[in-house]
Structure formats: structure tokens, C-alpha cells
Ligand binder design. Structure first.
Ligand SMILES: Cc1cc2nc3c(=O)[nH]c(=O)nc-3n(C[C@H](O)[C@H](O)[C@H](O)COP(=O)(O)OP(=O)(O)OC[C@H]3O[C@@H](n4cnc5c(N)ncnc54)[C@H](O)[C@@H]3O)c2cc1C
Length: 489
């Protein structure tokens, strides 16, 4: 919950342009909430005996985007959403000083063409995270921080050479890994990385980077899953270019935009509870009534399929693989200061800490740098350690203690802060995304292919940029096209 109030002085100092945009976003947010109720009422009208062209379960980026595409082609569609808001793993908040913060997804890269197009369509402002100054690197839970020039790798010479070699071997593996699925899907990604590297220091650095990107322990996924994941981003170059920009208005306006283009047919507060597949239709039960359609798009994370009774409707092998899906773990903590004080100390705000509760930080301050926004991530093992019985206020206190250990005791107090544990969210159960367990590719290579009247969307089902917003949009494109193709059946 919102923690610390901002001073009036700060609110006054925020430039008009930003404040206007922020207030606009706030107003739109309020509108969304009101519309939610209306949409829910309108939604009730659908729960008659009418058979729709499609039902979409899940009002995240994937579900909304699929619904928009279907509506654009004249299809009758209803989107059923469990929460009282749309957007799923996208959620922005406007602080009292007008600053917009992203509690969920935030960064887009130019290589992600669908999300970039949507950003342009909505007319949002891209901001490059501040990167000038030294980064801080801490190699283990007890090591002292070292300052590293922004473009330097924080490894000794032999580690750097080892890294180059590991990089080369990884690229090589990406070329032909699909021919070796039975071996690579049976060994863990950590075993695989161990074989690519010669030194412990490089192995732990590389593992930390990858675990930071995917939010899962490399012991829990197969080498094959890792290679598929990286391939979906266009290879290693995609990985290094994947976190380029954030949006000064936050990511939520993207959701509001899609919501407007979907129009009516949005039903909030309505978790889908059961699916009934009949020869000529699909029926979905919700607390607000039943919905019937010719096709259905399931756009919720796979670890939630069980809740809608989907595991009984797919082949047993698929059901087993889906039941073994693992949620990524991420806790995002946003520390807001009256200014980005680290810049005065020649620091970029980028921190990487292996083995701590908090494993990375990035400066996402407003472009003018009037307010300092340090975004701190706890992912994978770090999140697992941090999440145990800790409330939001305790996490924020621990984050501040950590920052003082890393940057010195003169770190000023925050003017506002938030910390969200996505694993505790019942309608996400984690983030950035969930992944297949070991052996899952071998058992069910085409897990998300259309099954009768059931189509799958959601970032986990994407073949491009899986686990990113871009992946959600790509999966929606594929699902909507298949629904349209199957339309008359
Ligand atoms: C902390 C965090 C940071 C991230 N950072 C980035 C980033 O910087 N860049 C990036 O590209 N991606 C990022 N991501 C990932 C990104 O958020 C997701 O890839 C994307 O938003 C997924 O969209 P989706 O529609 O597939 O799923 P979701 O957003 O999860 O949408 C699924 C929807 O289904 C609903 N639902 C669930 N169960 C039911 C049910 N039974 N009935 C009805 N509705 C149901 C949920 O409430 C939700 O609204 C981040 C994620 C997190 C958590």
C-alpha cells in the first residue's frame, strides 16, 4: 500500500507538462474504475443464451489485444477478467507528486516491434534510464561494493576471457539445440552453464544475469527451456538490448487504450471457474453467470489453468506439463527520493548484487531528474528469501538498509515507496512469467497449439519475446488469427 506522503513543495516543483499528463492518467484511471462497473453491468447482458463468436478469459495485455483484433473484424466477443481492474501484470500508480510509477511491467525495447507500435499509437513518451556514472557491483552477500565504469564488465581478466568463450559457446548452442532436445531438456540450465564456463566467478555472474532476466532459479529449468527462451528474443543480442526504455506516463495507458478499442463486452470481478466443451460451443462459468461462444481464448498464465478446470480438457501429457509449470518470482520495490542523489556521487544508480535480498537496481527518475526513482528488483532466489512473511513496509525498510550498506549511511530518506510481491498476487502468482519444468518440452512440444475450440494466448505461450509484453501481443495476434480462421466452425 502507498506508504509515505510526498511534500507539497515537491508536487509544486513538478513541471506542468508532466503533471498534466499524470493527472490525465489519473483521470483515465478513475474513468476505468467507473467504466469497470458499467462494463460489468453491460457484461451481464451477454450471459443470455446468445452464442458469441469468442470468449476471452483474462483482461491482461494478451486478452485485450486479442479481443481488439476480433472486434475489429466484426466478431462478438466478451472478455472475462477476475480482478476489478484490467492489465494483469501491468499496473501503474500516480504518486501525490504527480510521478507515475510502474509496479509491474515497465521497459520496452526498440526490437520489440508490436509493443513499440502500440506505444506510438498511444503517443507515449519514451525515457532512457539514466546510465551515466559508475555502476556498483557486489559479487556475493558479504563482499564490498566495487565501482565499475558503465561499459566495463565487473570481472577479473580471466573471468572476462571466460565470459567471451561462454558467450561464443552459447551462441553455438543456439544454432542446433533443437536437434538435441532429449539431452538438453533433461539437464538443468545451471548444469548447462557450468559446462559453458571454466571459472566459478564467471558462472556465478552469468547465472545472476540470467536469473535476473527470467526470475527463476536455473536449477528449476532445463537447458532447453533457457535456449528456447533466448531464441524467442532473437538470440543473445536480444537479451542485451531488451531493457531500453520506460514510459514517462507509465505502461498502464497502453491497457486503457486497448480497453477503449475493445468497447463493451468487458466483465470485471468475474473469475472464470469452469469450462464446458461441447461439440458446437464452449461454456464458461463465472460468479456473474454463464457465457457461451463458438471459440475461446485462454489468456491467463498457465499456472492458473487448473483454476478454470482447463487441465481436464487437454490431453493428459499436456495436463501434466501444465501442472508442473513454475512461477517466476519477482518483488519490485520503488524508492522515491526528492532527487536522484546518487548522480551527485558519480553513480549511475545501476547496482548488481549477487546473493542479496535485492539483486539489482536501476535509475528510472523523471527525465528532468527532479525526483529520484530507484527501482530495485528481487528476483528468483533473492525474492524467495525476501518474500517469507514480510510485509510491504518491512521490505521497504530492508531495501533502505541494503541501499545504505551499498552506498553509505548518508543515503537520504525516501519521500514515497512501494514494494509489490507478485508471487503473493492470486491472479498472477508470480512474474515476470512462468516457465516449463525440466522435461516439459520433450513431453509436450506443441503445448499451446489450438485444441479443438480452445486457443491459447498470454506471454507464456508466445514464440517471440516470451515473458515480455511483446510476447503477450504476439500470442494475441496468433490466437485471434486462429479464431478468425476457425470462425464459422
Ligand atoms: C514486476 C514485473 C516486471 C515486469 N517487467 C517487464 C518489463 O519491464 N518489460 C516487459 O516487456 N515485461 C515485463 N514484465 C512481464 C509482463 O508484465 C508480462 O509479460 C505481460 O504483462 C503479460 O501479459 P498477459 O496478458 O500475457 O498476462 P497477464 O498480464 O497476467 O494477464 C492475465 C489476466 O488474466 C486474469 N485472470 C487470471 N485468472 C483468471 C480467471 N480465472 N478468470 C478471469 N481472468 C483471470 C488476470 O487477472 C490478468 O488480468 C514484468 C512483469 C512483472 C510482474
Amino acid at each position: 500500500m502507498a506508504l509515505i506522503e510526498c511534500s507539497n513543495e515537491l508536487a509544486m516543483n513538478t513541471p506542468n507538462r508532466t503533471r498534466r499528463k499524470a493527472l490525465g492518467a489519473l483521470a483515465a484511471g478513475a474513468m476505468m474504475a467507473t467504466d469497470g462497473v458499467q462494463a460489468a453491468v453491460r457484461g451481464l447482458a451477454f450471459s443470455s443464451n446468445a452464442t458469441l463468436d469468442a470468449i476471452v478469459i483474462g483482461g491482461g495485455l494478451a486478452g485485450l489485444s486479442a479481443a481488439r483484433q476480433l472486434k475489429n473484424q466484426g466478431a462478438s466477443v466478451v472478455v472475462i477478467e477476475a480482478r476489478n481492474r484490467l492489465g494483469g501484470r501491468i499496473s501503474s500508480q500516480v504518486l501525490p507528486n504527480g510521478q507515475v510509477i510502474d509496479l509491474g511491467a515497465q521497459f520496452v525495447s526498440k526490437a520489440q516491434r508490436r509493443i513499440s507500435k502500440l506505444v506510438d499509437e498511444v503517443g507515449l513518451t519514451r525515457v532512457q534510464p539514466h546510465d551515466t556514472g559508475d555502476h556498483l557491483f557486489i559479487s556475493s552477500s558479504k563482499a564490498t561494493p566495487i565501482r565499475v565504469a558503465a561499459d566495463a564488465m565487473p570481472l577479473p581478466l580471466f573471468g572476462k576471457l571466460d565470459m567471451l568463450l561462454a558467450n561464443w559457446r552459447f551462441e553455438h548452442a543456439l544454432h542446433n539445440f533443437r536437434n538435441d532436445i532429449s539431452h538438453l531438456d533433461a539437464i538443468s540450465a545451471s548444469t548447462f552453464l557450468g559446462k559453458l564456463t571454466h571459472t566459478g566467478v564467471t558462472e556465478s555472474f552469468l547465472s545472476a544475469l540470467i536469473e535476473g532476466e527470467y526470475c527463476v532459479s536455473l536449477d528449476d529449468i532445463s537447458a532447453y527451456e533457457l535456449l528456447e527462451q533466448v531464441t524467442s528474443m532473437g538470440g543473445l543480442s536480444g537479451l542485451s538490448n531488451s531493457d531500453q526504455w520506460f514510459l514517462s506516463e507509465g505502461t498502464e495507458p497502453l491497457v486503457q487504450h486497448l480497453r477503449t478499442s475493445v468497447g463493451n463486452g468487458l466483465v470485471l470481478n468475474s473469475p472464470a471457474q469452469n469450462l464446458e466443451i461441447k461439440p458446437d460451443s464452449v461454456t464458461v462459468d463465472t460468479p456473474r453467470g454463464k457465457y457461451k461462444a463458438r471459440q475461446i481464448i485462454v489468456a491467463v498464465p498457465p499456472q492458473l489453468y487448473d483454476r478454470i478446470g482447463l487441465l481436464n480438457s487437454v490431453p493428459p501429457k499436456h495436463s501434466r506439463v501444465l501442472a508442473a509449470y513454475r512461477s517466476g518470482r519477482v518483488i519490485k520495490t520503488l524508492l522515491i527520493f526528492d532527487r536522484p542523489w546518487w548522480r551527485d556521487r558519480g553513480l549511475s544508480g545501476r547496482i548488481q548484487h549477487i546473493g542479496s535480498f535485492f539483486n539489482s537496481a536501476v535509475d528510472c527518475s523523471s527525465p528532468q531528474g527532479r525526483v529520484g526513482n530507484l527501482v530495485v528488483f528481487s528476483t528468483a532466489r533473492s525474492a524467495r528469501q525476501l518474500e517469507v512473511n514480510r510485509s510491504e513496509s518491512v521490505r521497504i525498510r530492508l531495501a533502505m538498509e541494503w541501499l545504505r550498506e551499498v552506498c553509505g549511511t548518508t543515503v537520504p530518506s525516501v519521500i514515497a515507496a512501494r514494494s509489490v510481491d507478485w508471487s503473493a498476487d492470486p491472479w498472477s502468482l508470480g512474474g515476470y512469467a512462468s516457465v516449463r519444468s525440466l522435461g516439459g518440452w520433450l513431453d509436450a512440444p506443441s503445448l499451446f497449439a489450438t485444441h479443438g475450440r480452445i486457443h491459447f494466448a498470454g506471454t507464456e505461450t508466445a514464440t517471440e519475446w516470451r515473458s515480455y509484453m511483446e510476447g503477450a501481443l504476439q500470442s494475441a495476434e496468433r490466437a485471434a488469427q486462429t479464431v478468425l480462421f476457425n470462425g464459422s466452425k
